[in-house]
Design a protein around this ligand. Structure first.
Ligand code: MG
Length: 204
């Protein structure tokens, strides 16, 4: 299993971090050791002073595919949930300044909490019309609709599968909307997809 993450996929998030809108889809990967399941605690790593949450729609790949055309991409997933693309913002900033890879900032252990998957069919909505919300200690910090994505899920699948074969059970994080911020000890994060809580993470 691998975790593929898309960056810079919501305009207002690109603006809040002062980044440039990319010419093509930007993606990076996290290893399977980044996975943290719903309800498990997240321990702040001691190698960062600025650990940030990014709530994102996560798609689970349901069959193997290579060079998938956009028009057929919808046949490669059936379930969705929300996840946190936990990012060491200070480590990432240093990497960006030096033009170095983001691996340490993004791919460390437990940097990818993933919620309980819901069958897309049960939501009875288009994947590009899903509402999602992240609450920090009960207060909404991120709230968006997947229609705001710059690159749609099917375009992401088509693009990534040109270079990397997608396999059953792989996860795709599809980018975060505006409202990212710091994680501190004691914070409790809950994420809601179409109003249903799919993820809870407590920071220790
Ligand atoms: Mg992200």
């Amino acid at each position: 299993m691998k975790i593929i993450c898309v960056g810079r996929n919501y305009v207002e998030h690109i603006q809040e971090l002062g980044n440039e809108k990319p010419d093509s889809i930007v993606f990076f990967m996290k290893p399977d050791t980044a996975l943290l399941k719903d309800g498990e605690d997240f321990y702040l790593p001691d190698f960062s002073q600025n650990v940030a949450y990014e709530c994102e729609l996560v798609v689970k790949i349901s069959k193997v595919g290579k060079t998938i055309p956009v028009a057929f991409a919808k046949n490669y997933y059936e379930q969705v949930t929300l996840g946190l693309d936990i990012t060491l913002r200070d480590v990432q900033q240093k990497a960006k300044e030096k033009g170095l890879p983001w691996t340490l900032a993004k791919a460390f252990d437990y940097s990818a909490p993933i919620g309980n998957f819901l069958p897309l069919k049960s939501l009875n909505k288009d994947i590009q019309d899903l509402n999602f919300t992240l609450k920090k200690n009960g207060e909404t910090v991120q709230s968006a609709n997947t229609s705001l994505m710059i690159n749609k899920v099917d375009e992401i699948i088509a693009y990534v599968s040109k270079f990397i074969t997608l396999k059953t059970g792989d996860y795709i994080f599809t980018g975060t909307p505006k409202g990212v911020g710091p994680m501190n000890i004691g914070d409790v994060f809950t994420a809601y997809l179409e109003g249903e809580q799919v993820l809870k993470v407590e920071v220790k």
